[in-house]
Design a protein. Structure first.
Length: 136
């Protein structure tokens, strides 16, 4: 179930509107990667599951959070990546096999932050998107 939701989010991001394809990275930045790009981390929860649910039962409500780092060489570039991410995700109903998904919502975000730890200026804007589904 996790894989289907993650795959849907990554596909939406890779198809983000804009002049050039958006570089989307799943959880790691390869050595030598240059901005702009979107780095995505995922976290999930089963908010209605109880400890006594039988393993063979279909899980109920499922929530996945996508923590998207929109990275650019300056603040404007990071915001531009963030705008493309927002256009690709916000309000979209993703497809996940065997699940009925709700529209993607943005739950939180931070303005671009400076990162010069590598010796090169990078600006990183973080936005958190929520995907929720129930059994189909």
């Amino acid at each position: 179930m996790i894989r289907e939701h993650v795959t849907a989010i990554l596909a939406l991001l890779q198809a983000a509107p804009g002049g050039t394809p958006l570089q989307v990275l799943d959880g790691a930045v390869p050595a030598g990667q240059t901005p702009p790009y979107a780095l995505v981390y995922f976290s999930d929860a089963d908010p209605e599951d109880s400890d006594d649910r039988a393993l063979e039962e279909v899980p109920g409500r499922y929530v996945l959070w996508a923590y998207v780092h929109s990275v650019g060489g300056n603040a404007a570039a990071a915001r531009a990546v963030g705008s493309r991410v927002r256009a690709a995700l916000l309000g979209v109903v993703p497809a996940a096999t065997g699940r009925s998904c709700f529209p993607i919502r943005r739950e939180d975000g931070d303005p671009p932050q400076r990162d010069e730890s590598t010796g090169v200026l990078l600006m990183d804007q973080v936005d958190v998107y929520r995907v929720e589904s129930v059994p189909a």
